[in-house]
Write a protein that binds this ligand. Structure first.
Ligand SMILES: NC(=O)c1ccc[n+]([C@@H]2O[C@H](COP(=O)([O-])OP(=O)(O)OC[C@H]3O[C@@H](n4cnc5c(N)ncnc54)[C@H](OP(=O)(O)O)[C@@H]3O)[C@@H](O)[C@H]2O)c1
Length: 300
């Protein structure tokens, strides 16, 4: 992250202070920003002086916050709701339009590309999603892009990082080693999401592409990443199972993750915009995540 990323003490609102939202919020806080985050319920008690201000936002419960004034940056991390609509767009857009925004980042998914049969996709590829949740996501993303706000949409594959690696499943013996011929998955370390967002904020507004893929350099089968995680923990891998054999046991949601097969190009982000990935593959990313998890549990 560069000092340039945060010019004059930004005022940031994160709509959806979950895993990625909090990581981004803390990074901007460290750079001197004033930060608000929303959550649906269970507003966390943050230690005095930590500097994170929490707001309740849950349209289904009628909880619509009055937004702080003079916001310069907004990050939207909430997915489409159960009806496929975006609660932030429906309930906060009017208030957001009154703000002097420099930038609004929207976290989308690479699911909008649909199934490319394992081929590479980039930001110019057709968005041929067939899964209902990916079609809803595409509609919400397009609505944000058409909102008249200074929106950049970041299309993300599977997000991992500390607390979101397969270490616990391996320790507990619940990890599955599944092989589906030709199937790959893409992923991104949460700190590279944060880094890519900071990198884009630091660009002049007219140099910020409206859609950017944020994916690492190493699409590969999930059996490969699980093998590396087991190696790091010095644990045995579970027995290999063929996808065709376990498919009948999977929930519709779990099955849907195996439906799309694509390799997501990061050429625009890494070559076009010059963002250097901190974790080009799961190898560096899992190693750093395990180290962070271990140092947290040593402190606790
Ligand atoms: N996880 C992945 O592997 C992955 C992959 C690609 C894209 N994405 C997308 O990237 C974004 C960030 O992912 P993440 O894993 O960081 O998300 P996350 O940890 O699940 O956080 C999402 C946040 O949004 C809030 N939220 C969700 N639905 C809401 C609604 N209808 N109204 C108000 N608030 C709502 C949640 O509130 P609570 O804290 O109260 O629950 C939470 O704070 C999401 O849109 C996700 O779908 C995720």
């Amino acid at each position: 992250m560069t000092d340039q990323a945060v010019k004059s003490a930004p005022r940031l609102l994160v709509i959806g202070g979950g895993y990625s939202g909090q990581r981004f919020a803390r990074a901007l806080l460290d750079q001197g920003a004033t930060v608000w985050l929303t959550r649906r319920n269970g507003i966390p008690e943050t230690p005095d002086g930590e500097g994170l201000h929490w707001l309740s936002f849950d349209a289904s419960q009628g909880l619509i916050p009055a937004l702080p004034e003079q916001l310069s940056h907004v990050l939207v991390t909430i997915p489409p709701n159960g009806e496929g609509r975006d609660d932030a767009l429906e309930h906060l857009l009017g208030d957001l339009r009154r703000q002097p925004l420099d930038w609004l980042g929207y976290l989308s998914t690479t699911g909008v590309y649909g199934n490319s049969g394992g081929d590479w996709v980039d930001e110019g590829s057709p968005t041929t999603a067939t899964l209902p949740r990916s079609q809803a996501r595409l509609r919400c993303e397009q609505a944000w892009l058409n909102s008249g706000l200074p929106v950049q949409s970041f299309r993300l594959p599977a997000i991992y990082g500390p607390g979101r690696c397969p270490f616990e499943q391996l320790r507990q013996g619940s990890a599955r080693l599944t092989h589906k011929p030709g199937q790959v998955f893409c992923r991104i370390h949460v700190d590279d999401i944060v880094g890519a967002l900071m990198h884009c904020i630091a660009l002049p507004p007219n140099a910020r592409p409206t859609v950017v893929n944020v994916s690492d350099d190493a699409p590969c089968p999930s059996s490969e990443t699980l093998g590396f995680a087991a190696h790091l923990l010095n644990l045995k891998l579970p027995a290999y199972r063929r996808f065709a054999d376990i498919a009948p046991e999977l929930s519709p949601m779990a099955l849907s993750f195996w439906e799309d097969n694509r390799r997501v190009s990061n050429r625009l982000l890494c070559q076009g915009l010059g963002y250097p990935l901190r974790y080009p593959s799961y190898r560096e990313g899992f190693t750093a995540s395990l180290r962070e998890e271990q140092s947290r549990s040593n402190v606790a």
